[in-house]
Design a protein around this ligand. Structure first.
Ligand SMILES: [Cu+2]
Length: 168
């Protein structure tokens, strides 16, 4: 009788140890297929030595791609972003398409979900919405050398569309 009770209590760790890997697998499948979370790299490759003649990086800046939809074509290099000042109207949905000219950089925009590595040879893509007018800082968050701490820019979200797209 005593042996049977002991066996029953073992289920308290057997069941969680089975549920844990099943839960982790379910989370992985949900984030990669349901929430579309994935590593940069699947978006495309580019030759970092030929950015000046490779669209869209030959013409960095902000392009309107639809009603309230914009694309920011961005090049990171030591130690700046091009463009480093971006103007957008409030209510914009913005896709950042970024690559690096030289070493590993990052693109991080606090208060948004933009947090990507910007790698030479690879195209990073991240989308965010800017509903509230104001100034949003963006920074390089991958150490890239002596001037890393100066590598930053700003997104100025205007209350009304004044036609100024910034860039360059
Ligand atoms: Cu950096």
């Amino acid at each position: 009788m005593k042996r049977k009770t002991t066996y029953y209590y073992e289920l308290f760790w057997i069941i969680p140890s089975l549920l844990l890997p099943i839960g982790m697998l379910a989370t992985l499948l949900f984030t990669s297929y349901g929430a579309d979370v994935h590593l940069p790299g699947a978006e495309g490759r580019v030759d970092p030595a030929k950015l000046d003649s490779t669209p869209p990086f030959d013409n960095p800046g902000v392009v309107q791609v639809g009603p309230s939809r914009y694309e920011v074509r961005m090049v990171g290099e030591i130690w700046s972003f091009n463009p480093s000042e971006i103007h957008l109207p409030a209510g914009s949905e913005v896709t950042f398409v970024a690559t690096s000219r030289d070493v590993v950089h990052g693109l991080f925009i606090p208060r948004t979900n933009v947090n990507v590595m910007v790698l030479p040879g690879q195209i990073a893509r991240a989308t965010a919405r800017f509903d509230k007018p104001g100034t949003y800082l963006f920074i390089c968050h991958e150490y890239c050398g002596a001037g890393h701490h100066t590598m930053a820019g700003q997104i100025i979200v205007d209350a009304a569309d004044n036609g100024d797209r910034g860039g360059k």
